[in-house]
Design a protein around this ligand. Structure first.
Ligand code: HEM
Length: 491
């Protein structure tokens, strides 16, 4: 039932080929080839990134499922299979030991990295805390403070001249400041461009990046040996994790010393609910950050710049819902911005922040499309490819059309297993609402004050290889103040 892909094994460098093909930065001089349905081809000749190549293979498979022997990885873009692994047979498709090993040094035994009872316990705690109305209000408050005190003044200052800014960098900094304040009440001030990036921010991002890169190496033996010898990327990873852990310990000590009951951040909330174990507290801290990357506001503005009609509709809706010259007053108001919501979902359909996600099969199983999965196999669902499947989204699946999410002007939720951008089922993302509120607040606040123009209109930005989607060369834009006096917008 599965479409199978075998790696050409004509010489002893097969493994090197694979490493190169997976986008890993190891430099090899050997040209890889695959045998795909009897044809030899080098995917990099035809596709600019690995996800597009997988999409092509999945489209050509009648079941929308393929198996890559050399990686022992079954990849699917079939919503029935996704529902089966994330809900129906959830217990047979845990994250598994290989995944925990990859992120274990950084995330320890935190919620992202465990299965079984430990996960169940943390999920309960995290759902309780992240589900509170007060934490949502707190996140809304932080995001708006960051927008008004830092983001808008920064963009105002570059809007006077002809300056080009890298929106990817700006939003990465914005998102890091917001999530640090939200998670542990610490302000790294990354968006204050005159200050050097804090050691914490640099170490945190480096640790996330290097940990994720372990997953792109075909065999774990490579990074395990490098770790043992403490060399290369593993040495850097070790150093950055040490800095993050030192800082986390210091934060916890400070909270214990100075009290936490009147603090609103997530760390204080966990400490108030009688969690005292230092390692445990340290491991739950990165909630909302690793693997989530930036919240892709840069991508949002890239799409806005390419779809001026949609931009005009977003602005008209904002005037109608919020009132002309009125800012966003509360969390609830944002839910009424149906078209904006549709725009954000449509951007995540075509450009999901997490392009694919894997589990490991515990016992032999058969997926709903008839594909047999042997125990120990990695099983990957692929939101990026799923956003490009005709049978899910129709013949216009490659077109950017926010309207597909609206029914008589009101936002319509699709089946989550067709759109597993926030995962779906038992382990669905717990920060989805907060993430969406953040991107919508940023979008409205900026769009009503500034026009964003792409500095290089001819280029379609290319994605970097990695677990989270980022533009390879950033996103360079010019920002122009709109003729409406921005001070008239009151928040
Ligand atoms: C656009 C932004 C985001 C996207 C696309 C996203 C997506 C995801 C995905 C795909 C997972 C499953 C990961 C896995 O198990 O392998 C996940 C899990 C999770 N997310 Fe998010 N997320 C986002 C933002 C956030 C934010 C801002 C928070 C917290 C404030 C958050 C909290 C969590 C938590 C706690 C889990 C673990 C759930 C569990 O394992 O039970 N997420 N998210």
């Amino acid at each position: 039932m599965l479409n199978t892909i075998k790696q050409g094994r004509n010489n002893s460098t097969t493994y090197k080929n694979l490493v190169e093909d997976l986008g890993c930065r190891l430099k090899t001089c050997v040209r890889p080839f695959y045998i795909v349905q009897g044809q030899k081809s080098r995917w990099t000749n035809q596709f600019s990134n690995l996800c597009d190549w997988y999409t092509h293979l999945l489209k050509n498979s009648p079941t929308r499922t393929i198996h890559i022997h050399v990686l022992n990885n079954t990849i699917t873009a079939n919503p029935d299979n996704v529902e089966y692994m994330l809900k129906t047979r959830f217990d047979n498709f845990p994250k598994g030991k290989p995944f925990s090993a990859i992120l274990g040094d950084f995330l320890g035994r935190g919620i992202f990295n465990v299965d079984g009872d430990s996960w169940r316990f943390q999920r309960k705690m995290a759902s309780l805390e992240l589900g509170r109305v007060s934490i949502r209000a707190y996140s809304f408050e932080i995001v708006n403070q960051e927008i008004n005190r830092r983001l808008l003044p920064l963009l105002q200052s570059v809007s006077y001249g002809n300056d080009v800014v890298d929106f990817q960098d700006v939003f990465r900094r914005f998102s890091f400041d917001s999530i640090c304040r939200f998670s542990f009440g610490l302000d790294p001030k990354c968006l204050e461009l005159q200050l050097p990036l804090s050691k914490f921010a640099v170490s945190f991002d480096l640790a996330s990046k290097l940990s994720a890169e372990r997953a792109m190496i075909a065999s774990p033996i490579v990074w395990k040996i490098k770790r043992l010898l403490n060399i290369g990327s593993e040495k850097k990873l070790h150093q950055s994790i040490r800095i993050v852990h030192l800082l986390a310990r210091e934060l916890i000590t400070q909270r214990r010393k100075h009290g936490f009951s009147d603090q609103k951040d997530l760390l204080s909330r966990f400490m108030s609910s009688d969690i005292d174990d230092e390692t445990y507290l340290r491991d739950i801290l990165p909630i909302g950050r690793p693997r989530h990357g930036g919240l892709r506001s840069d991508e949002f503005f890239w799409l806005v710049a390419r779809h001026p009609d949609a931009e005009a509709t977003i602005l008209r809706e904002a005037d109608k819902v919020l009132g002309t010259n009125q800012g966003i007053k509360n969390y609830e108001q944002i839910r009424e911005l149906n078209y904006l919501n549709a725009f954000v979902y449509e951007s995540m359909r075509l450009y999901p922040p997490i392009q694919f996600d894997s589990k490991f099969c515990l016992d032999d199983d058969i997926l709903p499309d008839g594909s047999f999965v042997k125990r120990g196999t990695r099983v990957t669902y692929h939101p990026y490819a799923m956003g490009r499947m005709e049978e899910i989204w129709g013949s216009d699946c490659l077109d950017f059309k926010p309207e597909r999410w609206l029914r008589e002007g009101v936002f319509f939720h699709e089946n989550p297993f067709k759109f597993p951008v926030f995962q779906a089922g038992v382990r669905v993302c717990l920060g989805k609402e907060m993430a969406l509120v953040e991107i919508k607040c940023v979008a409205i606040s900026l769009l009503r004050r500034f026009r964003v123009e792409l500095a290089h209109t001819e280029n379609t930005p290319r994605f970097s290889p990695g677990l989270t989607a980022t533009f390879r060369d950033g996103l360079r834009v010019r920002v122009r103040a709109r003729s409406v006096n921005s001070s008239e917008l009151t928040n």
